[in-house]
Design a protein around this ligand. Structure first.
Ligand code: NAD
Length: 351
């Protein structure tokens, strides 16, 4: 157990995600909840009534004025506010964890990534919590260690049942969120594909609204410098998926790898040192270590592990596992996919 004083952390934005972060902070070793912030004063008492106890402020200006000692913030406001809030907190000298996506558009994402580079002593992190699933980290390790030889093609899909009727609010307003399924939820799978294969170089994509004013369903073809290509498919309007279900199937020169939220399996055609012939299956429970799993069916250990990594990065003076440069890469890919849906052309990914 470290004898260092806890990292005093404020949560900014007390909606669905902020309440969860506020509840989780006290279970992270060496982290303490210093303050709660939201533009809406009602959220302070609501959040305190379910457990997290810390002073409430209705702006970051008030937070900075009234908090004697603050080390870090977790920002869980809508993405159209990320640039302004994120940069203000960096300029105040704080370590900043920012919910995904980095921003609602590429211009804001670049400004955030630039600001992070100007403050190299401060830790920046972006909330790709699924990238903290130990099973998915292990899948990336095995793929890169050559378990199925050279990856040649993949098909990746994420489906859930969130939008089955007309919806309102910032999430469903392109100017505020940046789009629909892709930027609000599908970025987790894009990030995982980056963990597996690195950054794509060009994309072709199509999308359509079904019930809302943004895209509810989207398909893309992503190509890579090695010649690898893969299809990406996302919908939040498919009945029958009460929790998000992800599946990635990779075809390689020696076999296949299939990865879901719960297990991964490898089929090696001939078998080789360290990889058995035929199927081997691994369940996520073999890797989990989270001390607090809020929701085993969706994201639980990822939410814990990402805050634990943020705290350790601050302590160890190292970058977070997924920093704002990672956030910018995913934004560049997201932006290229959206441009392709608009132009119906093959679009190069900016880098
Ligand atoms: N990682 C995940 O699994 C996941 C899931 C859902 C949402 N998110 C992301 O988390 C962020 C928040 O989403 P949510 O669903 O919790 O939103 P929400 O609408 O439920 O809550 C947002 C809160 O932020 C407050 N707010 C808005 N602007 C503010 C500002 N400038 N300063 C202080 N407070 C402000 C609002 O009053 C509201 O209480 C978004 O970026 C979203 O994309 C991540």
């Amino acid at each position: 157990m470290s004898s260092a004083p806890p990292i005093q952390t404020a949560v900014i934005g007390l909606g669905k995600m902020g309440v969860m972060h506020a509840a989780m902070i006290s279970s992270i070793p060496n982290m303490a909840l210093a303050a709660l912030v939201d533009l809406n004063p009602a959220t302070g008492a609501q959040t305190q009534s379910i457990g997290p106890q810390a002073p409430f402020y209705s702006s970051i200006t008030e937070l900075f004025e009234k908090t004697a000692h603050l080390d870090a913030v977790v920002i869980s406001t809508p993405q159209f506010t990320h640039r302004e809030t994120g940069i203000a907190c960096l300029e105040h000298g704080l370590h900043v964890f920012l919910e995904k996506p980095l921003a609602h558009n590429l211009a804001d994402a670049k400004k955030l990534a630039d600001a992070a580079q100007q403050h190299p002593e401060q830790v920046t992190a972006v909330g790709f919590m699924k990238g903290h699933y130990p099973l998915w980290i292990e899948a990336a390790r095995r793929l890169q260690a050559g378990y199925i030889g050279e990856p040649r093609r993949y098909r990746a899909a994420v489906y859930f049942s969130q939008v089955l009727s007309p919806k309102n609010g910032w999430t469903f307003t392109k100017e505020l969120s940046g789009g629909g399924i892709l930027i609000n939820s599908g970025v987790h799978l894009l990030h995982f594909l980056n963990m597996l294969f690195g950054q794509g170089t060009s994309v072709t994509a199509r999308s359509t609204p079904l019930h809302s004013k943004v895209e509810d369903t989207l398909a893309a073809l992503i190509e890579y410098p090695s010649g690898l290509f893969g299809s990406y498919d996302a919908s939040w309007s498919l009945p029958g998926h009460q929790t998000e279900s992800t599946c990635v199937l990779v075809e390689g020169s020696e076999g296949i790898m299939e990865i879901t939220d719960d297990w991964l399996r490898v089929y090696h055609i001939n078998g080789k040192e360290g990889v058995a012939k035929g199927w081997t299956k691994t369940h996520r429970g073999e890797f989990d270590h989270a001390k607090f799993n809020l929701s085993p069916d969706y994201g639980g250990e990822g939410y814990y592990n990402q805050l634990e990594d943020f705290a350790l990065a601050i302590r160890e003076k190292r970058p977070a596992r997924y920093d704002w440069q990672t956030g910018l890469q995913i934004q560049q890919l997201t932006d290229a996919i959206y441009r392709s849906t608009e132009t119906k052309q093959v679009v190069s990914v900016e880098n």
